[in-house]
Write a protein that binds this ligand. Structure first.
Ligand code: F0G
Length: 428
């Protein structure tokens, strides 16, 4: 099986196939990003869909995982390789009422990646790349992170006994995410003021320290993450939506989703691809600016600012892959303010759907695009909610500061005081 997979540079003028003995993260010839390519056999798509569905009833770890259940799409492991899995994937696709009405109205469903083992979509990519690392005998993995990648890396590395090193910008990631990484035994290195700075330093240091990078420049991460598309389509009886919307930070996720869709289209599993939409936070939107001005190069944002800390990234490493998939799917990029993000988060909560701020950027973006007439009313739209509500409770508590009289009552512990306070506050 291994022989069907190879790594290739994505740059059109280069396209060099890499030495299969090494897992590099950039082209040995031009420094471009790499992607995993396969010589897929001619699949009987109907039979394979049935097989994938059937595996959900199995108790085997590779069948229970929402990533490895679709292993025919990611044939880069050796036969009988031990996979490193925490039963990731198989996340819910949830309908909305208020949020769909508020955004368009559109027919809005959310694919909630927050129910993954460590609470974010990163687990899909991590099972793939830690499996790869373990097969290759890697002893130390590392990433720079705004928090979720690190929690995920730490868990999967712990599971297989590999040391995990985490580079984070000082004081910039949510306490819950940092706590997860510490709990799973990662070595935490707080360095620099931004994700981009921490990432740059790690990339420079990794080769000499023998660190295996698990950031989304690792092409095997993308392979795991792309399987969300197969799972989503299966949940929709293989009917593609009109749009799939994701928040954009380092732009690995949109690249993965685009790759997954393209392969499923080429292999005959679907006849039409949805349009991909990336939403960035206004204070950290270099990709939005590059695409809207049709610029050839991306100008990094040196001081990214947003309360959606997961996507506080000024120099997205995967922007060229992302641009390619947007062009292919005729998609677009939107930018939303923090106020719009928190309003969208509040509306989702009214549907009983919680998520972290970065994830709510999707819904804020859909509303804006509907208002601008770019997404048509009643369109069939899937928003990918990338992280769990509990990933950033500080952001929630900040919002309720000073709202003691409305939503948080402090009452003396006696019945009269309670009656008095509640009479004013309880809804009829
Ligand atoms: N949403 C959440 C919750 C994230 O944690 C991230 C990225 C994104 C969206 C953006 O995805 O980078 O693929 O465009 N978090 C990374 C991290 C950077 O380190 O956890 P992307």
């Amino acid at each position: 099986m291994m022989s069907t997979a190879y790594l290739q540079c994505i740059e059109e003028r280069c396209g060099r196939i890499q030495d299969p003995k090494q897992d590099a993260f950039q082209c040995s010839s031009c420094g471009g990003l790499l992607e995993v390519k396969y010589h897929f056999p001619a699949f009987d798509s109907e039979a394979l869909r049935k097989e994938w569905h059937q595996r959900r009833l199995s108790g085997e770890p590779e069948d229970r995982s929402g990533v490895w259940r679709f292993r025919e799409l990611i044939p880069f492991t050796e036969p009988r390789a031990r996979i490193v899995s925490l039963s990731e994937g198989s996340t819910p696709l949830v309908g909305t009422r208020r949020a769909g009405w508020w955004t368009g109205p559109v027919h809005l469903t959310v694919k909630h990646q927050g129910s993954n083992p460590t609470g974010s979509f990163k687990d899909l990519g991590m099972t793939a790349c830690i499996t790869r690392a373990a097969c290759r005998g890697v002893r130390r993995v590392a990433c720079a992170s705004t928090g979720n990648t690190s929690a995920s890396m730490a868990a999967y590395a712990a599971r297989v006994g590999i040391q995990a090193l985490l580079f984070v910008p000082r004081g910039q990631i949510s306490a819950a995410k940092l706590a997860q990484a510490l709990d799973f035994g990662a070595l935490v290195v707080e360095v620099g003021d931004t994700f981009d700075q921490a990432f740059r330093l790690l990339r420079d240091l990794a080769p000499e320290m023998g660190l295996y990078l698990v950031n989304s420049v690792n092409p095997f991460r993308i392979e795991g993450q792309k399987t969300i598309v197969a799972e989503l389509l299966e949940q929709r009886a293989w009917r593609p939506p009109d749009y799939i919307v994701v928040p954009g930070g380092n732009l690995g996720n949109v690249s993965a989703i685009g790759k997954g869709l393209r392969e499923l289209l080429d292999l005959g599993f679907i006849q039409k691809a949805p349009r991909l939409v990336v939403v960035q936070a206004a204070g950290a939107n270099p990709f939005y600016r590059a695409v809207s001005s049709s610029a050839c190069e991306l100008i990094p944002e040196t001081k990214p600012v947003t309360q959606a800390t997961a996507i506080r990234i000024g120099n997205p490493a995967n922007w060229k892959k992302a641009r390619r998939v947007l062009e292919w799917s005729k998609g677009f990029v939107e930018s939303v303010t923090d106020e719009e993000i928190f309003e969208a988060k509040r509306v989702l909560a009214e549907d009983g759907v919680g998520c972290e701020p970065a994830s709510a950027a999707t819904v804020a973006g859909i509303r804006k695009l509907c208002r601008a007439g770019k997404i048509e009313r009643h369109a069939d739209v899937v928003a990918v909610l990338t992280g769990n509500q509990l990933k950033d409770t500080d952001a929630i508590m900040r919002r309720f500061q000073g709202m003691e009289s409305e939503r948080r009552l402090r009452v003396e512990p006696n019945l009269d005081a309670l009656r008095h306070a509640l009479r004013a506050a309880v809804r009829d």
